[in-house]
Design a protein around this ligand. Structure first.
Ligand code: ADP
Ligand code: MG
Length: 285
């Protein structure tokens, strides 16, 4: 049977906006020594804003329109920011087919023309001769019928409590903090060093994230927790000892698959949850 104080622990956590889906996870949280984070939407707001438009052979407005149509069907934070910058109504009837390539970007057919919108990996895969943009932000390259059409620079913001969360985890017995991201090395390293994260792995595809997670699981004493928003990282979340989802930004599938849900999207709620679980266990023993 479950000791009564476990209910107290779960109830106390829920008052702080932390949903713990069972007493076993309360116990597992208390023994966590490694925390692995997704970047976008977890440590950063996932609220990208377009900060530069660099067309090639067309106007800025034309490039932004191309991107907005290609990104119309995606719920990825990058897509939302591009649609917001475009600001005009999109006519879905102009769009014929869309394929989202995880960790790469979008391939869309709009009025018979093939549009590519994604990272350098997508351009390389599709053999588009593109001009790399030398800027420390997330860059969406665009191609129209196989020809390079320009780049859009977008920037995200680190969440205000992220640095504190990383520091606070160290006082809760977490020896190792890791970040896994599909974003570029430049962006990933900038965020990791700003936050004092021990190790950052960048330019990862969803399958690479799973592989990284498996390697980390082998080398970790104690439990490993993964914190993500569930966009492109649901399989990693499922593999961790404790899968933690951001409740506000996360996908429904991630919230369902997670063992713990942080309803307020604040990474600093993780050390709070760990303290509650450690305290509850002390009462029980
Ligand atoms: P993260 O691991 O930081 O959460 P994702 O795995 O969601 O990031 O995406 C990795 C990279 O793939 C992005 O940084 C971007 O370069 C590219 N990408 C993914 N989805 C899209 C999209 N809808 N439009 C453009 N680029 C995308
Ligand atoms: Mg993500």
């Amino acid at each position: 049977s479950v000791p009564l104080s476990f209910f107290g622990g779960i109830g106390g956590a829920s008052k702080c906006g932390i949903l713990i889906k069972g007493s076993n996870y309360l116990e597992a949280l208390a023994k966590t020594e490694t925390v692995v984070f997704d970047k976008t939407g977890t440590l950063t707001k996932g609220n990208f804003a377009v900060s530069g438009i660099y067309p090639q052979g067309m106007t800025r407005e034309e490039l932004l329109e191309l991107a907005a149509y290609a990104e119309n069907d995606s719920s990825h934070p990058i897509s939302r920011s591009i649609r917001a910058a475009y600001g005009k109504k999109i006519e879905p009837s102009r769009i014929q087919a869309v394929t989202e390539v995880a960790g790469h970007g979008i391939k869309a057919q709009v009025e018979g023309k093939m549009i590519l919108a994604g990272n350098a990996k997508l351009m390389e895969q599709e053999q588009v001769a593109f001009e790399p943009l030398d800027q420390a932000g997330t860059i969406v390259y665009l191609a129209l019928d196989g020809n390079f059409a320009g780049a859009i620079l977008i920037e995200d913001e680190i969440k205000p409590d992220a640095a504190f969360a990383i520091r606070d985890l160290k006082t809760c017995g977490v020896h190792n903090t890791v970040m896994l991201t599909g974003d570029s090395k430049a962006v990933g390293q900038k965020v990791a060093s700003a936050l004092g994260i021990d190790a950052a792995y960048t330019e990862l595809l969803p399958a690479d994230k799973v592989e990284n997670m498996e390697a980390l699981l082998k080398h970790t004493q104690g439990n490993l927790a993964y914190v993500g928003d569930g966009i492109n990282d649901a399989p990693v979340l499922a593999r961790a000892d404790i899968g933690i989802a951001m409740g506000g930004l996360g996908s429904d599938a991630a919230i369902e698959a997670a063992d713990v849900v942080i309803m307020t999207d604040e990474p600093s709620k993780l050390p709070t949850a760990m303290r509650i679980s450690k305290k509850t266990l002390r009462i029980v023993r």
